[in-house]
Design a protein around this ligand. Structure first.
Ligand code: AGP
Length: 616
């Protein structure tokens, strides 16, 4: 989950790297470092903690350099200290790394036997020493770049695990070497500048023409251009693609935090998710626009949704609509657990991997298992050309736009909406719903952006409610039916943003144990709009109140009975069933946001977390 950026070809100062790392800091922020080569010397500066700690050290870097790279770290091996910060050096080679070298212990022993001494506890340093050893073994009469290329080919045979390496070689500072296996790498060109980064957000301010490297590839970046190769040295000819993201989209746009911007982005992002996918007159959905034209939808007998975290909850929520539309069993599976169960996937299965980043290692490994079992695989991702998208036969883009805040918000609602559209398109293709039924659903979904926008214009009360309950040490979220996954998501948001222990429960489950937690100190967020689940949820609320628990309800405007038994009530309009979850999600997102703000935690970069979990 680290952030990596590098350039070669035009003189830049260290701020060029620093600014790029700022756009990647959401990927990890335990420590950071930069390296440049100038006047025949390697310059490295590193700092523990947030990126701003590195800024003060940049004065020790050369004024400008033809080649350089930077790294912001999410610690996997070794504590987040300066010594463990990247880049790491081995004689005249500099290496930075995103990923995990799983056999690093045996490599550490091996290179120690070659006489290498370690400065750090990292797997990266072990890889750097091995690379140097392999480089030294090459014929010194050959050009340094050729020797490094050969050493890289040999290194890729030795390493197990995931890595995106940036490599500098003092003997040839005209080349930035890049190696990709399991961790994301995107390349870009602008004039004589060749660029690499672990995410598009660091490159789109320079160029929107990008190229995603694939596993087991390496690249030599020069002023003249980029040469891409397979691990055995076979050249690869892959075109650059234009991505529709601009740096303005990545800025905060006047909001205090990326997360708040992204919450308020949702009318736009949900509109984007809908755009071009439905003929508004007929309600007919476009398989091509949804990216599912390559799937044989008529053969599907069951659906496996595979994801982690918020994306998993999006799958749990969409399952209700999917099963209603298709009448097929939908299993929603935690990616990290998927490999431990008897896999019932088959060629009659559609396996859908949901991933905002498209790089989550658990989800990537799980969808590969489904693919091995013969399932048709669909990636529902936000980043085009991602690793998960590459593994699947079909890729559907949720079109939420860049999501920088570590806590996922607009991606969640975009995922749910995308899955609803995919369900309707599948129902259309397999005649499981009539055209009239589909049209009614798509009409309702086209009202979602407007309802969301309207709700977001009246959220002042949420901040005061959040401030009132910010010091609670334990908060429950409950809901029935589709409100249960929203309860889980609301609890996750609160946990990851405010560090308050929160749990989501199916409301009907309270009486089977959790209600023992309820006393006058317990706050329970109850998702209870006016629908088929309301009456039983009202009973749960009464059970909580009779034990002294405080009630924050999310209910339908005008529901005076619910209001009378709530300490706080957040109102949403009466809308169609498939629209409701988008509106009950918003207060859960904003409640968590404002609690975090009033507690003073780091909203966009909560402790211990990273935006994209690219290790298992
Ligand atoms: C959500 O707020 C978290 N940041 C986390 O649970 C996230 O949803 C999960 O890691 C999955 O990420 P992905 O969608 O990029 O695969």
């Amino acid at each position: 989950m680290c952030g990596v950026i590098g350039y070669v070809g035009e003189a830049q100062d260290a701020d060029f790297l620093f600014d790029g790392l700022k756009r990647l800091e959401y990927r990890g922020y335990d420590s950071a470092g930069v390296a440049m080569i100038a006047d025949g010397e390697v310059y490295v500066q590193r700092a523990e903690g947030k990126l701003k700690n590195l800024k003060a050290k940049l004065r020790h870097m050369p004024e400008s350099a033809f080649v350089g790279m930077g790294h912001t770290r999410w610690a996997t091996h070794g504590k987040p200290t300066e010594l463990n910060a990247h880049p790491h050096t081995s004689r005249k080679i500099v290496v930075l790394h995103n990923g995990i070298v799983e056999n690093f212990r045996s490599i550490r022993e091996q290179v120690t036997g070659f006489g290498y001494a370690f400065q750090s506890e990292t797997d990266t340093e072990a890889a750097a020493h091995l690379l140097d050893h392999l480089f030294q073994q090459q014929d010194s009469q050959k050009p340094a770049a050729d020797r490094m290329e050969k050493a890289i080919q040999l290194l890729m045979k030795e390493l197990e695990g995931s890595y995106a390496f940036g490599i500098l070689c003092l003997e040839d500072p005209s080349v930035l070497f890049v190696v990709k296996m399991g961790s994301p790498v995107v390349l870009g060109r602008k004039g004589n500048l060749s660029l690499m980064a672990s995410g598009m957000t660091a490159l789109v301010e320079h160029t929107q023409d990008l190229l995603m490297m694939e596993d087991k590839e390496y690249a030599l970046l020069r002023a003249e251009g980029i040469s891409l190769y397979q691990a055995d040295g076979t050249p690869v000819d892959r075109p650059f693609k234009r991505v529709p993201w601009t740096s303005a989209m990545i800025e905060k746009g006047g909001f205090k935090h990326f997360m708040l911007k992204e919450i308020h982005d949702q009318p736009t992002s949900l509109g984007e998710t809908l755009t071009g996918r439905v003929d508004r007159n007929t309600g007919l959905l476009s398989l091509e626009e949804l990216g599912i034209q390559g799937l044989d939808l008529k053969e599907i007998e069951n659906i496996h949704i595979i994801a982690c975290g918020t994306s998993f909850y999006a799958g749990m929520l969409a399952r209700y609509a999917m099963e209603e539309a298709l009448g097929l069993p939908v299993m929603v599976e935690l990616a990290s657990e998927y490999r431990y169960k008897t896999n019932t996937c088959s060629s009659a299965s559609l396996a859908i991997a949901i991933s905002q980043s498209g790089e989550t290692a658990d989800t990537l490994q799980a969808i590969k298992l489904a693919k091995e079992r013969g399932a048709q695989c669909l990636a529902l991702v936000n980043v085009p050309g991602s690793s998960i998208g590459h593994v699947c036969a079909a890729e559907s883009l949720m079109r939420a736009g860049p999501e920088i805040g570590v806590a996922s918000t607009k991606a969640f609602t975009a995922q749910v909406l995308s899955l609803m559209l995919i369900s309707l398109a599948t129902a259309q293709q397999t005649q499981r719903m009539t055209a009239a039924e589909i049209l009614a659903k798509t009409d309702a979904l086209f009202r979602v952006p407007r309802y969301v926008e309207s709700f977001l214009t009246q959220t002042e009360s949420l901040e005061s409610i959040a401030n009132k309950y910010k010091n609670n040490t334990s908060i429950l979220f409950i809901g029935r039916g589709p409100h249960y996954p929203v309860a889980l998501e609301g609890a996750l948001k609160l946990k990851e943003l405010s560090y308050i222990h929160a749990e989501g429960y199916a409301a009907g489950e309270l009486k089977h144990g959790p209600i023992a937690l309820v006393d006058e100190n317990m706050v329970v967020v109850c998702i209870c709009p006016r629908d088929a689940y309301r009456d039983k949820t009202l009973s749960n609320i009464e059970e909580i109140r009779s034990r002294g628990g405080k009630i924050i309800s999310i209910g339908t405007v005008g529901d005076t009975e619910l209001k009378s038994i709530s300490d706080e009530m957040i109102e949403i309009p009466e809308v169609e069933a498939w629209v409701v979850p988008f509106l009950t999600t918003l207060p859960a997102q904003l409640f968590a946001y404002w609690v975090a703000v009033h507690k003073g935690t780091d909203v966009d970069q909560p402790r211990n977390l990273a935006k994209s979990v690219t290790v298992e």
